[in-house]
Design a binder for this molecule. Structure first.
Ligand code: GDP
Length: 445
């Protein structure tokens, strides 16, 4: 019996001897397993389908690395793709809370962990970011919920808005705003009422609160153990209220984490935090790596992936040095360099790191030579055939048109790229002839 995805993939690939590249058939077989495993991990069907497609595109034809098995390599591609899908924009766990007092609206179903999460987040903002926080409960139908927040407030040393009987949620939200402004608070958090399931009244109430408070962040709290239901909840709240992020609770339980992937894919909104227990400090920044490991169901997956990464990089670097020493530099080499630059934060990032280059980095930025340009250049190379990449001399007018069109760009951009490749190639040849690179390589080895 295959326990998890990693074992399954190894099972599929152990039978294969190493070939030059992953064949389409190999990848297909592996991806059938990936799809089943994703569904078992509670990823929804359309998301699993899109995901598998993305992996397939990346994996087919990728060169097999020396010291890891093809199975491990597919695991790595799956892992990296998972992280790509899971990662939101911006710093993980960052919140837009400048312009005090910044309102944070907390929404979700009853029992999802909303009140607990409100307090946990307030504590985090106070302890880690030194913010003054005010919490207010808007759950007028459940006095116990209002008291629960007040008790938690005392426990963590965060103020709560005094409870006034007979007010409706909109009135409480307005009072919280006034109180936060007058009291010099940085942030005020509105813990809205939940229902056991989504209903019209709940949505209207949350909408009304949203409209009076204009929240900087609207965080949806969902129970990570509820799998597909959680995804449905997220979709509904996002459509009606417009959320800015998700907090997944009960990730200390044995849910398999697939809901995280579906939720991210379906709503397009980042998962910002995860709840890992009932205690007030059991809230952590969401880390895609962890969830990816969990979905793959393998404890040491991260170590394995890191090893694979190092091996791949070392092999690439070695190969490139050897080619450069021979004075060779084609489009594949250029692509590798561009990708390397992109990884290091683009031209600006690289220059920013070098002393005295800050000013030049700015000029580069002004010239429009940034990550976007790098990505366009890579897209152009990707639009070339294998033969064309290996031998750029083939690139005549009609091929150039096709390539530019394939990348959705102008031929003039392709011309610039070709000029760059020619210059690099000339430089390599000169250095190769003079034996400079060979000398340098000797020195390094
Ligand atoms: P609300 O109805 O959405 O406000 O839910 P509560 O905040 O009252 O939480 C319901 C229950 O879930 C409480 O017993 C919490 O202690 C518990 N809870 C909340 N977050 C987590 C979590 O991340 N892990 C675990 N294990 N329990 C949690």
């Amino acid at each position: 019996m295959f326990e998890n995805l990693s074992e399954r993939l190894s099972g599929v690939f152990d039978r294969l001897t190493k070939q030059g590249a992953l064949s389409e058939e190999d990848v297909k077989t592996a991806l059938r397993e990936v799809r089943v495993a994703l569904l078992e991990a509670d990823v929804s069907l359309p998301v699993a389908r899109d995901f598998v497609k993305a992996v397939q595109d990346k994996a087919t034809g990728q060169a097999v690395t020396k010291s890891i098995t093809p199975g491990q390599q597919v695991v790595k591609i799956v892992h990296d793709t998972l992280i790509d899908v899971l990662r939101g924009e911006g710093e993980p766990g960052s919140l837009k809370i400048d312009n005090a007092p910044a309102p944070i609206l907390m929404v979700g179903l009853q029992g999802s962990g909303k009140t607990t999460t409100t307090a946990k987040l307030a504590k985090r903002l106070k302890d880690r970011d030194g913010k003054r926080v005010l919490m207010a409960s808007l759950d007028v139908n459940r006095p116990a919920a209002m008291e629960q927040l007040a008790i938690l407030g005392v426990q963590i040393g965060v103020d709560t808005l005094p409870i006034v009987k007979g007010e409706n949620p909109v009135q409480i939200a307005k009072r919280a705003k006034t109180q936060a402004a007058m009291g010099g608070y940085d942030v005020y958090m509105l813990d809205t009422a939940g229902r056991l399931s989504i209903d019209e009244e709940l949505m209207q109430q949350v909408e009304a609160v949203r409209d009076v408070s204009n929240p900087r962040e609207t965080l949806l709290v969902v129970d990570g153990l509820t799998g597909q239901d959680a995804v449905q909840t997220a979709e509904n709240f996002n459509d009606r209220i417009g959320i800015s992020g998700v907090v997944l609770t009960r990730m200390d339980g044995d849910g398999r984490g697939g809901a995280a992937l579906s939720m991210r894919a379906v709503t397009g909104k980042p998962i910002k935090f995860v709840g890992l227990g009932e205690k007030m400090d059991a809230l952590e920044t969401f880390e895609p790596e962890r969830i990816a490991g969990r979905i793959l169901g393998m404890g040491d997956i991260v170590a394995l992936v890191e090893k694979a990464q190092e091996t791949i990089e070392a092999e690439q670097a070695e190969k490139m040095m050897r080619r450069m020493a021979k004075g060779q530099f084609n489009m594949n080499d250029l692509k590798m360099q561009l990708e390397q630059m992109l990884k290091m934060g683009g031209m600006q990032g690289m220059m920013g790191m070098m002393p005295g280059m800050g000013k030049m980095a700015k000029q580069v930025e002004e010239a429009g030579f940034d990550d976007k340009v790098l990505k366009r250049q890579i897209a152009l190379i990707q639009s070339m055939t294998k033969k064309e990449r290996a031998n750029p001399a083939l690139l005549q007018a009609s091929r150039k048109k096709r390539i530019a069109k394939g990348a959705g760009l102008e031929v003039s951009e392709l011309n610039k790229l070709m000029k760059m490749q020619r210059q690099m190639s000339d430089m390599m040849k000169k250095m190769g002839k003079g034996g400079m690179l060979k000398q340098a390589m000797k020195g390094m080895m």
